[in-house]
Design a protein around this ligand. Structure first.
Ligand SMILES: Nc1ncnc2c1ncn2[C@@H]1O[C@H](COP(=O)(O)OP(=O)(O)O)[C@@H](O)[C@H]1O
Ligand SMILES: [Mg+2]
Length: 335
C-alpha cells in the first residue's frame, strides 16, 4: 500500500511586494502517501505556511501568485479548480489546523455551531443531527463537559481547549488529509504533549494522511515517519525520520539537529550544547546563482557559490540538495 494521495510538482509561489518579488516557495516537489505522516521542517520564514496555504487555495492574490506547478489530490489538479470546487474539498477532504486557533475559530460564533457547520455544509446533516455529532466530537477530543461547551464562545476556552475545538472542527467530516501547521507551537509543553497524543490517536483511528509542519524537530521525531527539510523556499533534504536523525546529509539539517536544546545541568554545558546555526536566511527577493545555504554553510567551497545543486539521491529514499554528494572530500570533519 503506497498510493499517493497528494502530489506536489514543481510548485513556485511568489509575492509581489514594494521590496521586490518574494520567492516564498521556489520549485518544490513532494508527495504524501495515503495514511502517512509526513513532516515538513525548517526555520521560520522558509515557506512552510505558504506551501500549506497553496494546497488549500488560500494564497491571497494579490500580492501572491502561484507561478508554476501542479497540486494533484486524488489525481485532480487543485490548481485547476474554481473557488467553489475548492471550498467543497476544503473541510471535507482536506482540513487544516493552525498554530493560533483564533485564526480559524470565529470569535462571534459558538463552538457548537463552528463544529457543526461543516457537517451541515458538506454532509447535508440537519441542524440537530449536526449538533449531536458536534458534541460527540468535542468528547472525542477530550473537552470536558462537552454539552455545555457547545454554547461557549472561543474566548471562554483556554488555549489548549481551543486547539482541541479546532481539531474537532477539522476532523468532523473525516478528511483524507489533515495539514497541521505548527499545531502545538503556541502551547506549553504539557498541553503540547497531550495535543500530539490526541492527533496520533485520531490519525490511527481514522487512517488519514497527515502533513505536519513545524520548526520543532522534537515533534517530528515523535510523529512523522518521513521528513522534508525546507530552506529559503526549497526542499534541501528528504529522508525517513530514522535516517534524518541518524545520518543527516545536508549541512543545514545537521545544523538544525545540533540546535535542538538538550537537558544540561550547568550553564556552561548549556552554552556548549545550544549550537545555533549562525547567520540568517537569505532575503527571498534576491536571486542567487549558487546554493541558498552557501553563506551559512561551514563546508562551503567554490562550486557552491556558483551553481545550484539539485536534490541528489543519497540512498534509500534519502535525497539532499548539496554538492558534498559529488565532492565528499570537501566536507570538513570538525565543522
Ligand atoms: N502575504 C504575503 N506578502 C508578502 N510576503 C509574504 C506573504 N506571506 C508570506 N510571505 C513571505 O513568504 C516567506 C515564507 O513565509 P511562510 O511560509 O509564512 O514561512 P514559514 O511558515 O516557514 O515560517 C516569508 O519570507 C514571508 O515573509
Ligand atoms: Mg508558518
Amino acid at each position: 500500500m503506497n498510493t499517493k494521495l497528494l502530489e506536489i510538482e514543481n510548485l513556485s509561489v511568489h509575492f509581489y511586494t514594494p521590496e521586490g518579488i518574494v520567492r516564498a516557495v521556489d520549485g518544490i516537489t513532494f508527495d504524501v502517501a495515503a495514511g502517512e505522516t509526513l513532516g515538513l521542517v525548517g526555520e521560520s520564514g522558509c515557506g512552510k505556511s505558504v506551501t500549506s496555504l497553496s494546497i488549500l487555495g488560500l494564497i491571497a492574490s494579490p500580492p501572491g501568485k502561484i507561478k508554476s506547478g501542479h497540486i494533484m489530490f486524488e489525481n485532480q489538479d487543485l490548481l485547476d479548480l474554481d473557488s467553489e470546487e475548492l471550498r467543497r474539498i476544503r473541510g471535507r477532504d482536506i482540513a487544516i489546523i493552525f498554530q493560533e486557533p483564533m485564526t480559524s475559530l470565529n470569535p462571534v460564533l459558538t463552538i457548537g455551531r463552528q463544529v457543526a457547520e461543516p457537517l451541515i455544509i458538506h454532509k447535508g446533516l440537519s441542524k440537530s443531527e449536526a449538533y449531536k455529532e458536534a458534541k460527540i466530537w468535542l468528547e472525542h477530543v477530550k473537552i470536558p463537559a462537552a454539552r455545555m461547551r457547545l454554547n461557549d464562545y472561543p474566548h471562554q476556552l483556554s488555549g489548549g481547549m481551543r486547539q482541541r475545538a479546532m481539531i474537532a472542527m477539522a476532523m468532523v467530516c473525516g478528511p483524507k488529509l489533515l495539514i497541521a501547521d505548527e499545531p502545538t507551537t503556541a502551547l506549553d509543553v504539557t498541553i503540547q504533549a497531550q495535543i500530539l497524543a490526541l492527533m496520533i490517536g485520531l490519525k490511527e483511528e481514522l487512517g488519514m494522511s497527515l502533513l505536519l509542519i513545524t520548526h520543532d524537530l522534537g515533534v517530528i521525531a515523535q510523529m512523522a515517519s518521513r521528513v522534508l527539510v525546507m530552506y529559503a523556499g526549497e526542499l534541501v533534504e528528504e529522508a525517513s525520520t530514522l535516517d534524518l536523525f541518524d545520518r543527516p546529509f545536508h549541512p543545514y539539517t545537521q545544523g538544525l539537529l545540533k540546535s535542538i536544546p538538550r537537558l544540561a545541568t550547568s550553564s556552561k554545558d548549556r552554552k556548549q550544547r545550544l549550537n545555533e546555526i549562525s547567520g540568517t536566511v537569505p532575503l527571498l527577493t534576491e536571486v542567487m546563482p549558487g546554493c541558498k545555504f552557501a553563506q551559512r554553510c561551514p563546508h562551503v567551497f567554490d562550486q557552491c557559490r556558483e551553481h545550484r545543486p539539485e536534490l541528489f539521491p543519497i540512498g534509500d529514499g534519502q535525497r539532499a540538495r548539496c554538492w558534498l554528494k559529488n565532492y565528499p572530500e570537501q566536507r570538513k570533519p570538525d565543522a
